[in-house]
Design a protein around this ligand. Structure first.
Ligand code: AMP
Length: 554
C-alpha cells in the first residue's frame, strides 16, 4: 500500500475476498484475459480507430514496454490529461501493466490544477494532447515542467513540439514485474467543490470490482455497445463505460463530447445500446430528437446521473428518446447506484438508483451521526468493497470525512425508499439557511422546473445581514423570462411554503459548469456576490463579455 493511502482493515479485506468481490487479478491482467476470451471482438471505437480486444492488448503491451524503457516504473505517478481517444485507453492499461499510477486530470484543467497534481503526487510524467478545443497543451506543459522538478517526461499525443511524441513510446513487449492487485492502480479527483481537489486512490482489485458490479447491475453483455461522451477520465464514465463494458466483453464507443451533433451520428452508425448523460445534456438530446433525423432506435437505455435529474425532466425522457430511463449516482470515492431493469417506473422517476454491491453499506444520519428514522432525510454515509477509506496524503481531511469505523461522509442529503433506493435531496452544503429555516435548493428547483418559462434553474444562498442568507434563483429562461412575482405566485399555487420563495431572480444566458458539466454553484455564488451589477447584464446579449467560467469547456 502506497504511502499516504489508508489501507482496508484486514477483516474487511478478507470478507471482500471471500465474497469473490476482490480477485487476484490486476487491471492489466484483466485486459489480457479479455483479449484471450474475446480476441477479435471490437473493444473500442473512437474517431477512425476501431480496435479489437487483441489489438488493444497488444498496443497496451507495446506502450508499456516503451514507458518502461523511458524509466517509468512501479509506483510512479503519471498525470494524464487526454480527451476521449483510443490512445487514452491504451495508455491507461499500459500504466496499469507496469504498476505506474495515472492521476486522471480533466481536459479543462489548467496550470494551477495541473501544477498542483504534479507537485502533490511528485509525478514523473505528464501526458497531453497537442492542441485540443483550440488550446495548446504544450504551452501549458512547458509552464508546468518549469515549476515541477520531479517531472521528467512530457508525452504528447500528436505533434510533440519540443517534447516526446506518445506515438513513439513503444517497444517489443517485455516481461514486467506484476503489480500487487491490492496496490493503488490510479488516482481519481474528488468531486468536492471546496478547497484543492483531493486525490482518491483506487486499487486494482476494488476498482475492477466496481466495474464488474456495475456490469451486473446493468445486465451488460457482449451485445452491449456503450457510448461515452462525457470526459472519460472521470470516474462515472470510467466505471460505467469502460470497466463495465469491458468486463462484459462489450464494445466501448467514445465521442468527443455529449452534444447531439457529436453523438447522434455515432449512435446511428455504431448501433449504440447504452450511454450515460448528465441532465443538461439529456435535455439537449430530448430537444434535438424531436426534429433530428438520426436513427436512435438502437438505444436500449439512457442513464442519467452526476447531478440530480428532477422528476419533471425524468418523466419526459422515455417518450422523447424512445428508450428506457435509468438513473445513476456515484462518486469518485466509490459508492455507486443504478436502477435495475425491472424497477417500477415510479421508483425510476424519483430515485437515483440502488447500490450495486450486496456488500455496500449505507447509513443516513443526522448532524450527530445518529441514524435518522426510516425514510427521513439525512447525510449519506457509505462503506463497502469499492469505497475508499481515505484520500491520498490528507490525514486531517480524512479525520473529518471518514468516521472512525470507516464510513465515508458523502456530503449528500438523501432519504431511502423502503426498497433501499436512494433519493437525493441535496448536498449538505447545498442547503440555504434563511432565517434559520433550512431550504433544500433542489426541492425548490424541481418545483420551478415545472414552470413553462424555465429551462434550467439553480438556487443559491446569498449572504444577508438580517436573515443569514437570502435565496437567489438563477434562471435560464424558455421563451419570455418569468418575473420574480410570477415565480412566487407559481410556487404558492403548488403549495410551497413562502419561506422557500426566491428573494431575488437573475435571468441568465447559461449556468456556470464544472468541467464535467454540473452546475457550479460555487462559481455562481461568487459571481453574484462579486458583481455589483445585475448578473443578467453581463451574461445576456452578445456573450462577448461572459466570464470564461460560464463557457462549457469539456
Ligand atoms: P463526483 O465524485 O464528481 O462523481 O461527484 C460525486 C457527487 O456528485 C456525489 O456525492 C453527489 O453529490 C453528486 N451526484 C452524483 N450523482 C448524482 C445524482 N444522480 N443525483 C444527484 N447528485 C449526484
Amino acid at each position: 500500500m502506497l504511502d499516504g493511502c489508508t489501507p482496508w482493515p484486514e477483516e474487511f479485506a478478507e470478507r471482500y475476498r471471500v465474497a469473490g468481490h476482490w480477485r487476484d487479478e490486476t487491471l492489466g491482467e484483466l485486459l489480457g484475459r479479455l483479449a484471450r476470451t474475446h480476441s477479435y471482438k471490437t473493444a473500442l471505437v473512437a474517431g477512425t480507430d476501431r480496435w479489437s480486444y487483441a489489438e488493444l492488448d497488444t498496443r497496451a503491451d507495446r506502450l508499456a514496454a516503451g514507458l518502461d524503457w523511458l524509466g517509468i516504473g512501479p509506483g510512479d505517478r503519471v498525470v494524464v490529461q487526454l480527451p476521449n481517444t483510443a490512445e487514452l485507453v491504451a495508455l491507461l492499461f499500459a500504466l496499469f501493466r507496469i504498476g505506474a499510477q495515472p492521476v486522471l486530470a480533466l481536459p479543462a484543467h489548467r496550470s494551477s490544477e495541473i501544477t498542483y497534481f504534479c507537485e502533490f503526487t511528485e509525478a514523473v510524467a505528464y501526458v497531453i494532447p497537442d492542441v485540443h478545443m483550440a488550446f495548446d497543451y504544450r504551452e501549458l506543459a512547458a509552464d508546468v515542467a518549469a515549476r515541477v522538478p520531479t517531472l521528467k517526461h512530457v508525452l504528447v499525443a500528436g505533434d510533440p513540439g519540443g517534447f516526446t511524441a506518445l506515438g513513439d513510446v513503444r517497444g517489443d513487449p517485455v516481461d514486467l514485474p506484476r503489480p500487487d492487485p491490492a496496490e493503488v492502480a490510479l488516482f481519481l479527483l474528488s468531486g468536492g467543490t471546496t478547497g484543492v481537489p483531493k486525490l482518491v486512490p483506487r486499487a486494482h482489485q476494488e476498482w475492477s470490482y466496481s466495474g464488474r458490479a456495475v456490469a451486473e447491475a446493468c445486465d451488460y453483455g457482449e451485445e452491449t455497445v456503450h457510448l461515452v461522451s462525457l470526459p472519460l477520465t472521470h470516474n462515472w464514465p470510467l466505471t460505467h463505460g469502460l470497466l463495465a463494458t469491458f468486463h462484459a466483453g462489450g464494445t466501448l464507443v467514445l465521442a468527443p463530447g455529449p452534444s447531439p451533433d457529436e453523438t447522434f451520428p455515432i449512435i446511428e452508425r455504431e448501433r449504440v445500446t447504452e450511454t450515460g448523460l448528465i441532465p443538461g445534456a439529456a435535455l439537449l438530446w430530448m430537444e434535438a430528437a424531436e426534429w433530428d433525423e438520426y436513427d436512435l432506435s438502437s438505444l436500449r437505455r439512457v442513464t442519467i446521473g452526476g447531478t440530480k435529474l428532477q422528476p419533471e425532466l425524468a418523466r419526459r425522457v422515455e417518450p422523447a428518446l424512445g428508450c428506457r430511463l435509468q438513473q445513476a449516482f456515484g462518486m469518485a470515492e466509490g459508492l455507486c447506484g443504478f436502477h435495475r431493469w425491472d424497477d417500477p417506473e415510479d421508483v425510476v422517476l424519483v430515485s437515483q438508483g440502488l447500490p450495486v454491491s450486496p456488500d455496500d453499506e449505507v447509513r443516513v444520519v443526522d448532524e450527530d451521526d445518529h441514524d435518522v428514522p426510516p425514510g427521513e432525510v439525512g447525510q449519506l454515509l457509505a462503506r463497502g468493497p469499492y469505497t475508499v477509506r481515505g484520500y491520498y496524503r490528507a490525514p486531517e481531511h480524512n479525520d473529518r470525512t471518514f468516521t472512525a469505523d470507516g464510513f465515508y461522509r458523502t456530503g449528500d442529503l438523501v432519504r431511502l425508499l423502503p426498497s433501499g433506493h436512494i433519493v437525493f435531496e441535496g448536498r449538505v452544503k447545498d442547503q440555504i439557511n434563511r432565517g434559520a429555516e433550512k431550504i433544500a435548493a433542489e426541492e425548490v428547483e424541481n418545483q420551478l422546473l415545472a414552470h413553462p418559462g424555465i429551462r434550467e434553474v439553480a438556487l443559491v444562498g446569498l449572504p444577508d445581514e438580517v436573515l443569514g442568507e437570502r435565496i437567489c434563483a438563477c434562471v435560464v429562461p424558455r421563451g419570455t423570462p418569468p418575473t420574480l412575482a410570477e415565480l412566487s405566485l407559481f410556487l404558492r399555487g403548488r403549495g410551497v411554503a413562502a419561506f422557500k420563495f426566491p428573494d431575488r431572480l437573475e435571468i441568465v444566458h447559461e449556468l456556470p459548469l464544472t468541467p464535467l458539466g454540473k452546475v457550479s454553484k460555487k462559481t455562481l455564488t461568487a459571481l453574484l456576490i462579486s458583481s455589483g451589477a445585475p448578473l443578467s447584464s453581463s451574461l445576456i446579449g452578445s456573450g462577448a463579455a461572459a466570464p470564461s467560467s460560464f463557457v462549457k469547456d469539456a
